[in-house]
Design a protein around this ligand. Structure first.
Ligand code: PHE
Ligand code: NA
Length: 442
């Protein structure tokens, strides 16, 4: 059976799709909320270290496993190491992607609703009350979640990868410019000093808190779309002529800048308007409307632009999330792409309903957290690191040094030994320790 495997049209097609998956609600919504809840600067420092020491090597090996095996998240492990259990890494990843989309769809629905709200004149008055009333309604957020999921399903259904590639081409630059402009404005609102202190002045005591490490590491995996087999799958569409290292670096730099700049939009405004940085999942949906209102008439226009782009960024990520389950189930059940996309998408929507309801309509808590927060934290902070841990041990300890160099394109690079050291020792040990302490503490 020699099936012709799809390939990216160009190097830029690949980079854009990868950035499209990486940049999403994670950079703006989840980053600011996790950073706010976990005390700011300490979280940020550990996050940046995780991105560098864990994110980079793990993205690189996901690309290389995929390109080497030319198969999906589970099959790749089975192909490279037949009759072993390494494929469990891929299995956890597929399951994580499935579960992440259940709540990602809820937040995607929120941003869709806010887009509609700004298209029809914006949100005036108390944005916190507006937000609380919206998310605690038993019907409205679920309708918006459904619409968001329906759009995601139809794109995966049609399989218009070209459309995604093309839209990322202009979408990401505009969103970046908009964020930069908003950051510049937000910094003038009077909360800049406090915000910069919150974001950049280390709070040494917080380094003793295992939760902060767990949250920061989880955020790094979530934001870079790692531990889910997405980067692996994207790598499998690659031709050997593309250098993996520089691509991984570009995606990582871009994703990280996005998160940092969003922080510079959110936190100065948080302090200027006397809001609470530890507000939680609603942070951006309360802070941004406050900024837009302060901007006056132009605020509505910027609000439209902002939420349209946020929704599109969310869509390019949710598509990649649904694509993981879809490609897996297509192979597993031998169903058609269309059938799988609709079935998987609908089931994901249904499982997401309790997440939506847990925001105030019904009291659904697990370990003291709302159902949505629990699924979010468990998938991002526990499942992704475990899946990545297995993949890292797989490559670090079962591939020969030469194999690692060859498949991750670092033949001539002088930092080859550094990568080996990260893969064999630093990454597994760090992930294990952070997971162990974090989960015990939880
Ligand atoms: N990385 C995306 C974000 O930051 C979320 C995501 C996670 C997308 C996992 C795909 C896979 O929003
Ligand atoms: Na991201």
């Amino acid at each position: 059976m020699t099936e012709q495997r799809e390939q990216w049209a160009s190097r830029w097609g690949f980079i854009l799709a990868t950035i499209g998956s990486a940049v999403g609600l994670g950079n703006i919504w989840r980053f600011s909320y996790a950073m706010g809840v976990n005390g700011g600067s300490t979280f940020l420092i550990i996050y940046l270290i995780s991105v560098l020491l864990l994110g980079f090597p793990i993205m690189l090996i996901e690309f290389s496993i995929g390109r080497r095996a030319q198969a999906d998240a589970v099959e790749s492990f089975k192909k490279i190491a037949p009759r072993t259990k390494w494929f469990i890494a891929g299995g956890i990843g597929v399951l994580a992607a499935f579960l992440i989309l259940t709540f990602y769809g809820v937040i995607g629905g929120w941003s869709l609703r806010y887009t509609a709200e700004y298209l029809t004149g914006g949100i005036a008055g108390n944005s916190e009350r507006f937000f609380q009333e919206f998310i605690s309604s038993p019907v409205s957020p679920i309708v918006w979640q459904f619409i968001f999921m329906a759009i995601t399903i139809s794109i995966v259904f049609i399989g218009v990868q070209k459309g995604i590639e093309l839209s990322s081409k202009w979408m990401m630059p505009i969103l970046s410019l908009l964020l930069l402009g908003l950051a510049a404005y937000s910094l003038t609102l009077g909360g800049a000093e406090e915000a910069l202190r919150f974001m950049f002045q280390p709070d040494w005591e917080a380094f003793a808190n295992p939760n902060v490490y767990l949250a920061a590491m989880g955020q790094a995996f979530f934001s870079l779309s790692l531990g889910m087999g997405i980067m692996l799958t994207y790598g499998s569409y690659l031709s050997p002529s593309i250098r993996l290292t520089s691509n991984a670096a570009i995606v990582i730099v871009f994703d990280t800048l996005f998160a940092l700049i969003s922080g510079l939009v959110i936190f100065p405004a948080v302090f200027a308007f006397g809001l609470d940085p530890a507000e939680g999942a609603g942070l951006v949906f309360i802070v941004l409307p406050t900024i837009f209102e302060a901007l006056g008439g132009i605020g509505v226009v910027i609000g439209v632009a902002f939420f349209v782009l946020l929704t599109l960024a969310a869509l390019s990520s949710s598509i990649s999330l649904l694509e993981v389950s879809t490609s897996y189930f297509i192979r597993k059940f031998r169903w058609s792409r269309k059938k799988v996309a609709v079935a998987a998408g609908l089931i994901i929507f249904l499982i997401g309903i309790p997440s939506s309801l847990s925001q105030g309509a019904v009291d659904i808590t697990i370990f003291g957290e709302s159902f949505l927060d629990f699924v979010d934290m468990f998938t991002g902070n526990v499942m992704l690191p475990i899946s990545a841990l297995i993949a890292v041990i797989f490559v670090g300890w079962t591939w020969k040094k030469e194999e690692i160099f060859e498949h991750s394109d670092i033949k001539e690079a002088s930092w080859g030994p550094v990568l080996i050291f990260l893969l064999k020792f630093i990454a597994p040990v760090a992930i294990l320790i952070i997971l162990a302490f974090g989960v015990l503490n939880w």
